[in-house]
Write a new protein. Structure first.
Length: 112
């Protein structure tokens, strides 16, 4: 019984820590998991995002996003809205990977 519990906890932790951020941009809000607005300054963002060039670099829930070309390959489908009040999440695109991070950790659950 104890081994089953430990195995379950270990599997859960591995699945949470290895969750990657493969993103697909959809063309309608009803198809999206999350509605996203891109802000013009990092201090306005919930999440600072860096677009990586390979899917293996998009590990964890840290703001390292890899945009895939098909919705079935994505972990999350996003729709980019035109106003911040329509968004579930406000993001800012950074120019370096080390800048990617959560500014508002209460929204972190949106990408799990």
């Amino acid at each position: 019984m104890k081994n089953l519990f430990l195995t379950s906890i270990t599997a859960l932790l591995i699945s949470l820590s290895s969750h990657s951020q493969k993103i697909y941009a959809v063309d309608s809000d009803y198809k999206a998991d999350i509605k996203v607005f891109v802000v013009d300054s990092d201090y306005k963002a919930d999440l600072i995002v860096y677009k990586v060039d390979s899917d293996y670099k998009a590990k964890g829930n840290k703001g390292l996003w890899y945009f895939v070309d098909s919705d079935y390959k994505a972990d999350k489908k996003v729709y980019f809205v035109d106003s911040d009040y329509k968004a579930d999440l406000k993001i800012y695109f950074a120019d370096s990977d080390y800048k990617a991070k959560w500014k508002n950790s209460s929204k972190q659950h949106l990408l799990y």
